[in-house]
Design a protein around this ligand. Structure first.
Ligand code: PMP
Length: 354
């Protein structure tokens, strides 16, 4: 078997992860709020009147209409995927030849690297400057010198919460010869989308998802917004029925009811600010401003915090840094009760360890 597998796939680890079984799960930047029961009921009613023996719409016209209404982008400039993960895969399939260069800032979303590895590309990860400011000048130099096919910018960034200014985005768009992929998975928490730049920059592609602000990680629905020319290329590599009928139906219901679903944003943003102020007052960590639905900080006690939370049936994300004394923590904003519990345990670790 070994001899049959492509060489760049041999050392990849399969993503075989069991769904976490904890009382509070805040490790994956999900929403703590489930889809409203009345809308689940509406979905069930619609499914009762849907022929499941038929293939779904291959190009999801009703969903495109709703997404167009939500984003202001014409339907021809939108494509959907089974999560934005699938769209990152499609981008690699459509644009990247073995040996091509992909540039991103680091740390950022892990799937950029995994899909680059599968495409047998050379992924240049440009380390952030101090304070997790992306090193934009070096990214531009690397993209230009290597004629990079893709440049990934994650705005707001996972895991650091960093947000790119309009000027930074324009500087990169104006300088590089590449397709610029602006990952706006968390944009609803930040509010400053770059979607208006699509008409001026034909090489800009924006990635979005219903997994975060819409609280629908379970249905796997992501989408990309761009110029018709790029989107047409992505349609060439899209699987025929990549979005099943159930996903299409729930996504349409969600978008039609977006005003009520997105009202949770205000609660989550207010909770984020409260949690930031609480952690700041502990004066024990290097805390980073967040434009997203999670908080990221570096702490000498990171491992103790992670363990203490686990013992209390709470799962967060812990990044071990072998090279330094400190590790980092990222946890998503939960319900007010969940946040209170998490913060109280963090405070206890800080005080006991002092
Ligand atoms: N981009 C970023 C920055 C993310 O953090 C995630 C999910 N963690 C995704 C894309 C993928 O989201 P999904 O596949 O659920 O749409």
């Amino acid at each position: 078997m070994e001899t049959l597998v492509r060489k760049n796939i041999k050392n990849l680890n399969a993503y075989k992860v069991d769904a976490p079984q904890y009382e509070i799960i805040v490790n994956a930047n999900e929403s703590p709020y489930d889809f409203p029961m009345a809308l689940k009921q509406q979905f069930c009613d619609e499914i009762c009147h849907t022929d499941l023996n038929r293939y779904p719409e291959a190009c999801f016209p009703e969903l495109l209409k709703e997404l167009s209404d939500y984003t202001g982008v014409y339907a021809e400039g939108i494509i959907c995927g089974s999560g934005s993960d699938e769209i990152i895969a499609m981008i690699n399939q459509a644009f990247v030849n073995p040996g091509d260069v992909i540039v991103s800032h680091s740390p950022s979303f892990a799937m950029y690297d995994i899909w680059a590895t599968i495409a047998d590309a050379k992924h240049i990860r440009v380390n952030d400057l101090p304070d997790h400011q992306p090193d934009i000048d070096t990214m531009i130099d690397e993209a230009c010198e290597n004629n990079a096919k893709l440049v990934f910018l994650c705005n707001p960034n996972n895991p650091t919460g960093h947000t790119f200014s309009r000027d930074d985005i324009l500087k990169i768009l104006d300088a590089v010869p590449s397709l610029v992929i602006l990952d706006e998975a968390y944009i609803e928490f930040f509010g400053k989308s770059s979607v208006d730049l699509i008409t001026k920059y034909p090489r800009l592609l924006i990635l979005r998802t219903l997994s975060k602000a819409f609280g629908l990680a379970g249905i796997r629905c992501g989408y990309a917004l761009g110029n018709k020319e790029i989107i047409d290329v992505l349609y060439k590599v899209k699987g025929p029925y990549n979005l099943n009928v159930l996903t299409q139906k729930i996504a349409v219901i969600a978008l039609k009811n977006r005003v009520s679903i997105l009202s949770n944003l205000e609660i989550l943003k207010a909770e984020r600010e409260k949690a930031m102020a609480f952690l700041e007052a502990l004066n024990a960590f290097k805390l980073y401003p967040s434009g997203s639905n999670f908080i990221y900080f570096e702490a000498p006690q990171a491992e103790e915090i992670y363990e203490a939370l686990l013992q209390n049936n709470i799962l967060i994300k812990y990044f071990k840094d072998e090279a330094r004394e400190t590790g980092s923590i990222r946890f998503s904003i939960g319900t007010p009760q969940e946040n209170q519990k998490i913060l109280a345990i963090i405070k206890e670790v800080v005080y006991n360890g002092a």
